[in-house]
Design a binder for this molecule. Structure first.
Ligand code: DGY
Length: 476
């Protein structure tokens, strides 16, 4: 594994020493554990973790949620700090921005940077420079998990956990309220995303049909210097046409001050995504668990989780294909591509048996190749599709966070054998290639950033589960 250049914190030895000892691992897994700890330490930036020192030098929203889960295994105080720093940038309307810009960096250190986002133009501006869009709301899930891990330990972490959870709870509730009240553009109980970056799967083939309607000229990119292609081959990244459309969508939303009224009339990209909404329902279940710990009423959270689950089945399930697909609100139709997004509702304990069965059939088919043995983790797109691209970002490569979410879902539904196979497959990637951002879905070769935060963090979580250290309990 090649660590990217960056400041070190001096915590590596202590953290790795303590926690490797605390988890019952063999020599190979201890080595993997250490690589993951070193990656997280090297990416730590005084009050948050950067996804990558080179490619993503600020704080990203869903990255930090996954990263907090890994940090909890090392030092729960650092995990809470990660989440607190992100939520300190929450907007007054409840949205949690997808990028929190580090004021210590120059505006030109990332593209698109704070000038492009111009967050002070918003009607109720945030306190610092941020983007104006959101990402999948995995944060309640993360907070609940950090609490579980912290309370599974002895000492100050356990004592502190309920206090930290109490401080975060209203912010997590506000995040969910924003999505329910401001983003249910289709009126059927699902939140819409207004930009592919909000889905987290930027250039997934799922977005090809809705993005084709976004008017943009790739020549506009001549006026800018892309940040990602300074570090990674063009053939592994979104195209210039993708980027021109990304910028057009940023401008459309930003120029109305990031207002959510009349999104249907104005925003050129509006999609109901199965992953985004499955995570949103799982967040309500996590909030139910949190409410229980805090002595609050968990009933409304459980009711909302059930309603979102029903809406996902009603609006996004394709009974003919036997998978879930995003719905394009511009056309009213489900998108044609069959991607890993279709498997993600398995995360939900309340998913009906028929949909669980068809997701398992899809996951174990040659399209996605899940097996009970160690093989390759799930790719991000259907391997049999003509537009499957094994090197290009979300158009084929395997990603740790999506596999981790599906691993949680398999265990949730009692699919322990498949879950064990997927766990071994995830670990095998990191053992062979290190904590890369994404991986070739056939060879397992590392792609993108070589020292990526959530890959490291979720590797720790997966390793710790085996050692019986964390105690992965099901969603309440
Ligand atoms: C973003 O900012 O969300 C993009 O994923 C960067 O590639």
């Amino acid at each position: 594994m090649t660590a990217e250049a960056g400041p070190t914190t001096g915590v590596t030895e202590a953290a790795a020493g303590v926690d490797v000892a605390a988890v019952d691992l063999d020599a190979a897994d201890r080595a993997t554990w250490r690589v993951a700890v070193e990656t997280l330490d090297a990416n730590w930036e005084y009050d948050h973790t950067v996804p990558s020192r080179t490619l993503y030098p600020h704080q990203w929203s869903w990255d930090s949620a996954f990263i907090a889960i890994g940090l909890a295994h090392l030092d729960p105080a650092r995990a809470w700090r990660e989440l607190d720093t992100l939520f300190a940038a929450q907007w007054p309307d409840g949205r949690v921005p997808h990028i929190v810009f580090n004021p210590r960096l120059r505006p030109g250190d990332y593209f698109p940077g704070p000038d492009m986002w111009a967050s002070p133009l918003a009607a109720g501006p945030p306190s610092g420079a941020t983007s104006g869009i959101v990402q999948p709301p995995v944060h309640a899930l993360a907070a609940w998990r950090v609490h579980q891990i912290a309370t599974g330990r002895s000492g100050a972490g356990a004592v502190d956990a309920t206090h930290r959870l109490r401080a975060l709870y209203p912010r997590l509730v506000a995040q969910q309220r924003y999505l329910a009240r401001r983003r249910d553009v289709g009126g059927g109980g699902l939140a819409s995303v207004v930009h592919p970056w909000e889905s987290g799967l930027d250039n997934s083939p799922a977005w090809d049909a809705p993005m084709a309607a976004v008017d943009a000229d790739p020549a506009v990119m001549r006026a800018y210097r892309r940040h990602d292609t300074r570090f990674v081959a063009d053939s592994h990244r979104p195209t210039d046409l993708d980027y021109a459309r990304y910028l057009a969508l940023v401008a459309a939303y930003r120029d109305r001050g990031y207002a959510d009224d009349d999104l249907a009339g104005r925003q050129p990209f509006l999609v109901e995504c199965p992953l985004f909404n499955a995570v949103r329902a799982a967040a309500e279940l996590a909030l139910a668990g949190i409410a229980g710990v805090l002595g609050e009423d968990s009933g409304p959270h459980r009711d909302r989780a059930a309603r979102i689950t029903d809406a996902i089945v009603e609006r996004l399930y394709d009974p003919v294909a036997g998978t879930f697909r995003p719905r394009d609100l511009r056309t009213g139709r489900l998108v044609p591509a069959r991607t890993v997004l279709g498997l993600t509702p398995i995360l939900l304990p309340g998913l009906p048996a028929e949909q669980v069965r068809t997701i398992l059939a899809e996951a174990t088919s040659e399209r996605f190749g899940l097996t009970a043995r160690m093989s390759r983790p799930l790719p991000s797109h259907d391997r049999t599709a003509a537009d499957f691209e094994p090197l290009r970002y979300w158009r084929g490569p395997s990603w740790m966070n999506i596999n981790w979410l599906i691993w949680q879902g398999l265990r949730e539904h009692g699919e322990t054998t498949l879950a064990a196979g997927l766990r071994e497959s995830m670990l095998d990637l990191v053992r062979r290639s290190g904590c890369h951002e994404y991986f070739h879905p056939d060879t397992g070769a590392g792609l993108g950033s070589p020292a990526f935060g959530w890959t490291a963090a979720l590797t720790l979580d997966v390793l710790a589960e085996h050692g019986g250290f964390a105690g992965c309990r099901p969603l309440p």
